[in-house]
Design a protein around this ligand. Structure first.
Ligand SMILES: Cc1cc2nc3c(=O)[nH]c(=O)nc-3n(C[C@H](O)[C@H](O)[C@H](O)COP(=O)(O)O)c2cc1C
Length: 373
């Protein structure tokens, strides 16, 4: 039987060659929001990985929506030109379709890079004022964000639209809205961060309003043949927080406004939530969202062993699997998974001779990566 993991998936006019997705990963290495040689190396390498889709990191729709001074943005002509250079290199050598994740960091903005210790920037480090649905700080030691006005909400939607237009001009294949990990759209969804009493807060319908308004507006300018998706949170893992039943409703409603898939992640609305991390710990959330919403679903979170990832697709828990750390560890993950599963992944011709079955006289099987499962 052909490998379910290496079976193509069609989303609108785009066909992903397989179900393996390079999860969006902030690199904290941009300059004034613009990609540089690091992105050329990082994305260039992953674009020849044989993955079915390569997601570009969370990309801010406004300068103040960046998490750190090093976060990627797509709010200026300079940002667009810098990313165009990276995209051109990926297209020239790689076959993997390219997506981009649009984000606004909300009250988690104006922070240090993770390797500098995760905390709010000080004024001397160039801190900037942050925004959120409600003026509640993320945690002790974080400044209170400013609750945004209705007029600012309209401007925010416009910023997502303007960035989507730039992404369309860059010829990117997939657009994804970041509605998870405690960033601004998730802050509107979660009762933990959203205590508004206007039409943008309160009951679930009101808390869904902003992500749906952004999705609806972006869908209008994002080419109709290209897929639009969202990374959503499956749960806040907190009493009184966003629940998996809410996530099912969000996924359904996103489908109604023209989204083509959801990626189900979780956590992040506050730093100290009791998250039961273990291999595949978010799978049940993805499976429930998929089953009850009917949306195409991407699973993510502590998945790395080829046979386990294959089983996620084969058992119908999800339609795609995203991996982040496994790709940092092994940018050739799809080649090695294909080897383990008896399937084929795309190689650039320059590297085709690395395929074990083309090494005359050499051992055909690498130490089994699944042995420790
Ligand atoms: C270095 C790094 C950067 C990340 N940046 C993003 C990001 O830009 N957007 C996002 O939605 N998730 C981001 N994540 C989360 C991953 O996409 C993924 O959901 C998470 O790491 C769990 O998957 P994994 O166990 O395969 O690493 C990041 C993770 C890592 C390790």
């Amino acid at each position: 039987m052909p490998s379910p993991l290496f079976t193509p998936l069609s989303l609108r006019d785009l066909t992903l060659p397989n179900r393996i997705v390079v999860s969006p990963m902030c690199q904290y290495s941009a300059e004034e929001g613009s990609a540089n040689d690091w992105h050329l190396l990082h994305l260039g390498s992953l674009s020849v990985s044989g993955a079915g889709l390569l997601m570009i990191e969370a990309t801010a729709v406004a300068p103040e929506g960046r998490i750190t001074h090093g976060c990627l943005g797509l709010y200026s002509d300079a940002n667009e030109a810098a990313l165009a250079r990276v995209v051109a290199a990926c297209r020239r050598f790689g076959k993997t379709p390219l997506g981009i994740q649009l984000a606004h960091a909300g009250r988690k903005a104006s922070a240090t890079r993770p390797w500098e210790g995760i905390r709010a920037l000080t004024p001397a480090e160039g801190a900037w004022p942050t925004i959120a649905p409600t003026a509640l700080p993320l945690d002790d030691g974080w400044p209170a964000p400013r609750a945004i006005s209705e007029a600012e909400i309209e401007a925010l939607i416009d910023a997502f639209v303007a960035t989507a237009r730039r992404a369309a001009r860059l010829g990117l294949d997939v657009l994804e809205l970041h509605c998870a990990h405690g960033y601004l759209l998730h802050e509107f969804l979660s009762p933990i961060a959203n205590r508004r009493d206007d039409e943008w807060g309160g009951n679930l319908e009101n808390r869904l309003r902003l992500p749906l308004a952004v999705a609806r507006a972006v869908r209008e300018v994002w080419p109709s043949g290209r897929p639009l998706g969202a990374r959503i949170t499956g749960t806040d893992w907190l009493a009184g927080g966003f629940t998996v039943a809410d996530a099912v409703m969000l996924a359904r409603r996103l489908g109604e406004v023209g989204c083509d898939y959801v990626c189900v992640s979780s956590g992040g609305i506050i730093p100290k939530a009791p998250i039961p991390t273990a291999p595949g710990y978010q799978l049940e959330l993805a499976q429930r969202v998929r089953r009850e919403s009917g949306m195409k679903t991407r699973a993510v979170g502590l998945l790395a062993a080829p046979r386990q990832v294959e089983a996620v697709i084969a058992s119908g828990q999800a339609d795609m699997v995203a991996m982040a750390r496994a790709f940092l560890d092994d940018p050739r993950w799809p080649w090695h998974a294909a080897e383990a599963l008896g399937a084929n992944a795309a190689y650039p011709p320059q590297y085709a001779r690395s395929r074990r079955d083309l090494w005359p006289g050499a051992p055909l099987v690498r130490p089994d990566r699944d042995a420790a499962e």
